[in-house]
Design a protein around this ligand. Structure first.
Ligand SMILES: C[S@@+](CC[C@H](N)C(=O)[O-])C[C@H]1O[C@@H](n2cnc3c(N)ncnc32)[C@H](O)[C@@H]1O
Length: 254
């Protein structure tokens, strides 16, 4: 590894590599501020390739609140998890709304130098979606156009596949695939998370991660399901270290 490869700078609470820091400053000067560049992620080490892809993403894709359903910290934590996962295979995102987190996952594929993202959603909202978020009607009945727009702006059309349908109906079409990373963020009820885990976890490679978003969401069944039925399984274990209160990950035993 080159000397520069080991050299990190702390910028706005995030440790980035030397070349990424230079590139970041150049781009920052050109475009003004980065919305998420100021996210504190103390202690995070981000290798050059990851920081470079993140900066490319921030340079190309701009968004406003409501475009994504995660906090900036959560998106970055998920990006870091996807970049650092050593298993090989693709990435699946179950529940992608307009695709902002999908962009981060696609950027992680670029940083990893392999894999593609399968983004699964009805793109037509759900009952949960209508009570918790803005009505799908405000998006003309479908979030797919907004999703495609994000992929186009991010330059990710070649590595992201939009899979339209219910997560459990789409799963059998991917039976022969191997996933390094599955993000579960669709139906947050106990039964919904259970159905998603049961349908998608058989395709997760040894050492691969299943990440649950909204783990700490009140009235959701995510935490209950994970505690009762996932971490007690012989084939999966909790990923080491706390990530964020609302993000929980398990890894398939090698
Ligand atoms: C919380 S949002 C996803 C947010 C996204 N991951 C992000 O970070 O911006 C949940 C999404 O899951 C979708 N959804 C909910 N239940 C689903 C199901 N059973 N099958 C497919 N999509 C579903 C909804 O349409 C909605 O877009």
């Amino acid at each position: 590894m080159s000397l520069l490869g080991k050299c990190y700078y702390r910028i706005a609470g995030t440790r980035v590599g030397h070349r990424a820091a230079c590139e970041g400053l150049r781009v920052a000067r050109h475009f003004g501020a980065f919305r998420e560049f100021h996210t504190p992620l103390a202690g995070t080490e981000m290798p050059y390739r990851a920081a470079r892809e993140l900066m490319r993403l921030w340079q190309r894709v701009h968004w406003s609140s409501g475009d994504g359903m995660m906090t900036p910290e959560e998106r970055l934590a998920i990006f870091n998890l996807a970049c650092s996962c050593s298993a090989s295979g693709d990435i699946a995102e179950l529940g992608c709304w307009k695709g902002l987190t999908t962009c981060y996952l696609a950027a992680a594929c670029r940083a990893r130098g392999r894999g593609r993202v399968f983004a699964v959603d009805t793109f037509a909202g759900t009952r949960e979606h209508d009570t918790q978020y803005a009505s799908i009607d405000r998006h003309g009945g479908s979030t797919l156009p907004a999703f495609r727009n994000f992929m186009e702006r991010g330059g990710f059309e070649d590595i992201v596949t939009a899979c339209v349908g219910l997560t459990t109906e789409v799963a059998p079409r991917h039976r022969t695939r191997s996933f390094a990373f599955v993000l579960i963020d669709a139906d947050h009820s106990y039964d919904g998370v259970r159905d998603d885990f049961e349908a998608w976890s058989p395709m997760v490679a040894p050492g691969g991660l299943v990440v649950f978003h909204d783990y700490a969401m009140p009235d959701a069944g995510v935490r209950d399901y994970v505690q009762r039925e996932v971490i007690t399984r012989p084939d999966f274990e909790a990923a080491p270290g706390e990530i964020l209160p609302n993000v929980f990950a398990v890894t398939r035993r090698q």
